[in-house]
Design a protein around this ligand. Sequence first.
Ligand code: K1U
Ligand code: ZN
Length: 166
Amino acid sequence: MALLKILNYPDKRLHKVAKPVAVVDDRIRKLVADMAETMYAAPAVGLAATQVDVHERVIVIDVSDAHDELLVFINPEIVWSSDAKKKWEEGCLSVPGIYDYVERPDKVRVKALNEKETFELDCDGLLAVCIQHEMDHLLGKVFIEYLSTLKQTRIRGKMKKLEKAL
Ligand code: K1U
Ligand code: ZN
């Protein structure tokens, strides 16, 4: 397994739209293993392939307290969203140090593949927030794009300064 490099906002590659995975083969299984290792090492509760500069529809998530319930979503689709919305504070490994509130549907049902089978999963709480955040990454969208233009400009400036300092 390997730790993968995470792209930092405002890297343009974070805005690429990921393509569906054609076949779940050894390459995809290795990508999943490497993404899981990278997520646990961060630490984080989710990671999308876009963030590691792979533009295919693959997500890993683990919102369990013991960090021992890995969920793999290949070619995920939201097949149902609740009308009820909720605001949660979000963070992102690609925008380090920035946390803010985003309003999203409170519950979603997701259809996806994992390494073995097709499945549907009802998601609420942090899992619902996380899967929506990660599916946005696959569409090239970073959570700060839900914030005001003023906040986005400030964050972009902060991230550019951070990049220069490294
Ligand atoms: O960059 C990412 O997409 C991962 C991100 C996912 C996420 C978190 C919270 C709300 C929405 C999406 C993170 O995991 S940031 C780190 C984090 O929130 C966390 C880290 C360790 C323990 C618990 C949370
Ligand atoms: Zn993120």
